[in-house]
Ligand binder design. Structure first.
Ligand code: DX5
Ligand code: ZN
Length: 221
């Protein structure tokens, strides 16, 4: 079973609540919220107060992707604001175990993220502790970029690592996912699919989410 997580980065920010309701009605399984600080990535988006406000409009899980420096300083704020999953990047985090513990202590699911150029072995020590691994399939910072083809092998390799170690974490992919490549990422082992431009840019979000699901299973389901 795959889960579809529309990224609100591609939505109309003047109507965030309505946009979330629109994709909820269209069949989204969770909402992907991209948090950028202008330091870890060259873009700035939203913070805990906006998440807290959005928490009132939907029951869907909030999948919070932190692209910020010093994430430990803000874990509590994001948890209190209503995050259900928090993803932290490994690239700027020398104390991953501590961060994962901080997230879990607050009853939130913990996830770690790798940029496309970051090797999978950086996860070795924490793989048994996480609920999800998020593999970036573009360099983070902006929506609407093109899927990096070599990431399909990386997804497959991560899936193999999970199988070998009998671990059950989710594998999420983020960046440039569309109708043409969703099949290859799910076949490789991804089961949580972020899509921003593909869903919010579609004339009919419901039809797009159904088509994504259908293509994810090879067009038969
Ligand atoms: C990129 C973000 C993504 C982005 C994906 O830094 O992490 O979540 O919104 O957008 P699309 O699906 O348009 O590539
Ligand atoms: Zn993201």
């Amino acid at each position: 079973m795959i889960k579809i997580a529309p990224s609100i980065l591609a939505s109309d920010f003047s109507r965030l609540g309505e946009e979330i309701l629109r994709v909820e009605k269209a069949g989204a399984d969770m909402i992907h919220l991209d948090i950028m600080d202008g330091h870890f990535v060259p873009n700035i988006t939203i913070g805990p107060p906006v998440i807290r406000s959005l928490r009132k409009v939907t029951q869907l899980p909030f999948d919070v992707h932190l692209m910020i420096e010093e994430p430990d300083r803000y874990i509590k704020d994001f948890a209190d604001a209503g995050a259900d999953i928090i993803s932290v990047h490994v690239e700027n985090n020398p104390h991953l175990h501590r961060t994962i513990e901080m997230i879990k202590e607050r009853g939130v699911r913990a996830s770690v993220v790798l940029n496309p150029a970051t090797p999978l072995n950086t996860l070795d020590a924490v793989l048994g502790d996480v609920d999800m691994v998020l593999l970036m399939t573009v360099d983070p910072g902006f929506g609407g970029q093109q899927y990096i083809e070599s990431m399909t092998d990386k997804i497959r390799e991560l899936k193999n690592m999970a199988v070998k170690r009998s671990l059950k974490f989710d594998i999420e992919v983020d960046g440039g996912i569309d109708l043409s490549n969703i099949r290859s990422v799910t076949q490789a082992g991804a089961n949580v699919i972020v899509a921003g431009t593909t869903i919010f840019g579609a004339p009919d979000a419901e039809e797009m989410i159904s088509s994504l699901r259908r293509n994810a299973f090879g067009g038969y389901v």
